[in-house]
Design a binder for this molecule. Structure first.
Ligand code: GDP
Ligand code: MG
Length: 442
């Protein structure tokens, strides 16, 4: 599966210090193969991998992440972006009723969705009316009536036994009924065929023109696979639509269709249908779908937390201070310790993360109480002492120990660790190749 392939690829990246072009290319090749296996359409795969490659090679890399995490994040961000970024809400009409029209192949889940949407909107205080415009199949009108009853919403249907009937006229009459009975939302169910069909596409277009919907939702079965692009394109060219509903996500489809449809039509996926029951329905969350496609939810959560913990502002402030020739002092040491405390909160999650052994060791050795001790000691120093640690002689140290409730040994140990950190900072600075900076010893 796609997730297995990506996991295997990322395993190869773990432990490497930085991303080389060869690393990125190897990863992109795997992502490409994996997406094709997951039935994502070829043009979509090409665009996707090109974008991932470009992002991975550009220097928008985060100091908080290791290379493997960075690639996961880039792939994930790219997926979320194509899937529509933020979840989009339904667009309501300024003058009710809001008309929502459903379109899609037969069996995609339109009639079921009419009930789900109706129930959901009803629960939000709306008063939807379902309109039965599928007059193609003998039982379709009755099916919507049953669904409406179960959903607890009213259904407008043509009188039975009136011949075939005109779905456009029914749609019009349905909206008129909604106006007179003060329904604020109309959901228009339409007919579909098993394949793309010019006649039915025209019928859907005629219904659309008759009722000017605020939303046209294209319903597509997530299991459709490679046919997703062709079907979506046909509906985009035919009736056109404002949003996509992905149905049957309770199956084991990885979501390749979502990616294809969203990319090819540039329309957001708005809802997900996840079963035959009327409550098996939810607004679509691009980020959740992306982690479903990646199947790496735990890792993504971890990445999010690590980025939060790593306060870029602090790091940048410290860097510019050091570059300005100032020395690393006890205030900086305290800031660093405080950011470690944030890392401590993700310690429990580290167990979920495959690889990254070095980071795990560091985190496991980290004791949050240690930060408390350091904080107590540094806070007992005067501002002058914090910026000039050299003046901390014996009598100052015993005063600080008393003030912070620690022993002199604790204070000495802290100063020892601080000296090491300071030395490291000086080395890093000289490693950056700034030999002419003022204030640099040696
Ligand atoms: P329509 O022809 O587009 O109106 O599709 P229907 O609403 O009649 O659905 C076709 C079949 O798919 C029915 O048996 C539904 O119960 C089933 N179905 C619809 N949505 C879902 C879903 O999200 N998950 C599953 N498992 N079945 C669904
Ligand atoms: Mg139907």
């Amino acid at each position: 599966s796609l997730s297995d392939r990506l996991t295997a690829t990322f395993k190869n990246l773990r432990g490497k210090g930085r991303l080389s072009e060869a690393d990125v290319d190897a990863t992109v090749r795997e992502i490409r193969r994996a997406l094709l296996d997951a039935d994502v359409a070829l043009p979509v795969v090409k665009q996707f991998t090109a974008a991932v490659r470009e992002r991975a090679l550009s220097d928008e890399v985060s100091g908080a992440l290791n290379p493997a995490q960075q690639v996961v994040k880039i792939v994930n961000d790219q997926l979320v972006e194509i899937l529509g970024g933020q979840s989009r809400r339904l667009q309501f009409a300024k003058n009710p009723p809001t008309v929502i029209m459903l379109a899609g192949l037969q069996g995609s889940g339109k009639t079921t969705l009419a009930g789900k949407l109706g129930k959901w909107l009803n629960g939000q205080g709306h008063k939807p009316l379902l309109v039965a415009c599928d007059l193609q199949r003998p039982n379709a009108v009755n099916q919507l009536q049953v669904v409406g009853q179960r959903a607890g919403v009213q259904v407008f249907a043509p009188e039975p036994g009136n011949g075939v009937g005109d779905p456009v006229a029914v749609a019009r009459a349905g909206v008129a009924e909604a106006v007179s009975r003060q329904h604020d939302i109309v959901i228009v169910d339409t007919a579909g065929r098993l394949g793309i069909d010019a006649e039915l596409m025209q019928q859907a277009t005629d219904i659309r023109d008759a009722v000017s919907p605020d939303e046209v939702l294209f319903v597509i079965d997530a299991m459709i696979g490679q046919d997703a692009v062709q079907t979506a394109q046909a509906f985009a060219d035919g009736v056109d639509f404002t949003g996509v509903v992905l149905s049957k996500l309770d199956g084991d489809a990885r979501g390749g269709a979502a990616l294809s449809v969203a990319q090819v039509t540039q329309r957001p996926v708005m809802f997900a249908s996840t079963g035959e029951g009327l409550d098996d329905f939810e607004p679509f969350h691009p980020d959740r779908m992306a982690s479903r496609i990646l199947d790496m939810g735990d890792v993504l959560t971890l990445i999010e937390q690590a980025e939060k913990a790593f306060d870029n502002k602090d790091a940048e402030a410290l860097a510019s201070k050091l570059e300005g020739g100032e020395d690393f002092d006890l205030n900086d040491f305290l800031t660093q310790m405080a950011s470690l405390r944030n890392m401590g909160s993700i310690k429990k999650m580290i167990a979920m993360m495959p690889g990254a052994a070095q980071m795990r060791e560091q985190l496991e050795a980290f004791d949050e109480r240690e930060v408390d001790r350091v904080e107590a000691i540094v806070r007992s120093m005067t501002p002058h002492e914090r910026t000039n640690p050299k003046i901390l002689n014996g009598s100052r140290r015993s005063r600080i120990a008393r003030g912070s409730g620690m022993t002199v040994t604790d204070v000495n140990q802290l100063m020892e660790r601080f000296s090491q950190a300071q030395k490291m900072m000086r080395q890093m600075r000289s490693g950056k190749g700034m030999p002419n900076m003022p204030g640099m010893g040696g």
